[in-house]
Design a protein around this ligand. Structure first.
Ligand code: F0G
Length: 448
């Protein structure tokens, strides 16, 4: 048992349901055909054929009645529409007035905006870890990513509470040696590649100091900033409020961006913040040319209303406690049956170390993912492995406010049953794009 494991509590959700979405389980015969037609890649299964969908915690949250009703008060004018002011008010309530903020259509759109044109071949970007799309946009410019996580993050079995921390010694050395080439430091909060692990406030604020000393900008990818803030409160600063932790997180940055589809509880959108005083002219020109007017960035005003309210709701401590308890529920189920998972339990999901279950296979995550879908219509996603390097993980990401604990228990039982049975399809790669293969690759059975 891992020592940071907390007892599964049966917290009732601090909300009740008003609108429901029916889900159904196709027959096992159909599921076998469906996964085959999807090229044994869970990303390619039609959502209507999934019973419990743990593919992603992105854009999959349930809306609150406040979000829904505010969306009806939207003003679909072209520029400086009402929702923009609601958006700015919500951001200022949480983050203050240190940044100029822009609504944009999606996190990866911001990555394309920030990196293309501002990075050049030979540049170095220092990071704790980056998400697939972030790596794609950085590497497309010819720049290189140097990941400098703490050593504990390399050991999936370690219960170190802040595995998204940067190794500060290595950071200083790298900045000293490669000064002219380092374009910026980027930090992913939480670490979505390896367990939804948080960064500590102490580490983050020290990185901020170092970045100032070396005059290297610090960018925060805060897609899961609220979960990170909750885990800081729980593991590092129990006396601080979640809101004050969140404010300090953003205060550490020169630039931040947040995909609104995760912690911000919205089906679409993203937020970009540029510290006041940084020249934003070129950026505004690019937003206008590529995304939309600077007060909507390609989003409808209804989207902006939903994002504004979701941002305020994201830091509600009761909600966060329940949300994380649901993730831990699945973690505890799998852990107590000795399924290899990344420790400790992070913020957004449970990551099964597929490579440890099937060490001789090339695509163990897809083989396990296919078998789990066939067993009970549960879907998760596959990260790492042959497409991006390192071990392959089967991620069960929990959508926010969407599923009951009964759904989580069902998913856990199906996963355990499948892995205990040990019957997985043997897959070989059929086709894959040159990058981002995890999402689009297709496989076939080895004998086909
Ligand atoms: N940064 C992080 C840490 C992410 O997890 C994602 C997306 C992005 C950036 C891109 O943002 O989706 O708004 O374009 N992650 C999703 C996932 C897709 O399933 O983890 P986006």
């Amino acid at each position: 048992m891992h020592n940071t494991q907390r007892k599964t509590n049966n917290l009732p959700p601090p909300f009740k349901t008003k609108v429901i979405e029916r889900i159904s389980l196709p027959s096992k015969e159909k599921r076998k055909q469906i996964i085959k037609d999807a090229g044994y890649n869970p990303f390619l299964i039609p959502a209507r054929d999934v019973f419990i969908d743990l593919l992603s915690d992105s854009g999959t949250s349930a809306l609150s009645k406040e979000q829904l009703s505010l969306s009806l008060l939207s003003d679909e004018s072209f520029a400086y529409q009402n929702g923009y002011y609601t958006f700015i008010d919500a951001i200022e309530k949480i983050i203050g007035k240190e940044f100029i903020t822009y609504p944009l259509h999606q996190g990866r759109g911001i990555e394309a905006l920030l990196f293309k044109g501002f990075l050049k071949r030979g540049d170095i970007v220092v990071s704790n870890a980056v998400f697939e799309t972030t790596a794609y946009h950085i590497e497309q410019t010819g720049a290189k990513i140097v990941n400098l996580p703490v050593d504990e993050s390399k050991d999936e079995g370690s219960d170190f509470p802040f595995k998204a921390n940067l190794n500060l010694g290595k950071l200083q050395d790298t900045l000293k040696k490669k000064m002219d080439n380092v374009a910026f430091i980027i930090l992913m909060l939480t670490d979505n590649n390896k367990g939804g692990q948080p960064i500590s406030l102490k580490n983050l604020e020290e990185i901020s100091q170092i970045s100032k000393k070396f005059k290297i900008p610090l960018i925060i990818d805060g897609a899961r900033f609220a979960e990170n803030a909750y885990l800081i409160k729980e593991r590092e600063f129990p006396k601080l409020s979640i809101k004050s932790i969140a404010k300090r997180i953003f205060s550490a940055a020169d630039i931040f961006y947040i995909s609104a589809k995760k912690d911000v509880l919205s089906p679409a959108g993203a937020i970009l913040g540029i510290r006041k005083g940084i020249d934003n002219k070129k950026l505004e020109e690019k937003i206008l040319a590529q995304e939309g007017f600077i007060t909507h960035g390609g989003l409808s005003d209804a989207d902006l209303m939903i994002i504004s309210q979701g941002f305020l709701e994201s830091l509600d401590e009761k909600y966060l406690r329940y949300r994380i308890s649901q993730v831990r529920r699945l973690y505890n189920m799998l852990n107590s049956e000795n399924i290899p998972v990344i420790h400790p339990c992070g913020g957004n999901g449970v990551y099964i170390i597929s490579s440890d279950i099937l060490p001789d296979r090339n695509f163990p995550g897809y083989e396990i993912g296919s078998a789990v879908y066939i067993e009970g219509g549960v879907r998760g996603s596959v990260f790492g492995g042959k497409f991006t390097g390192g071990k392959e993980y089967f991620r069960l990401a929990i959508p926010r406010r969407a599923y009951f604990n009964e759904h989580i228990d069902y998913a856990g039982k199906i996963i355990i049953k499948t892995i205990k049975k040990g019957k997985f399809p043997h897959l070989q790669l059929k086709e894959s794009p040159s990058a981002l293969g995890n999402f689009l690759a297709r496989f076939k059975m080895e004998s086909q």
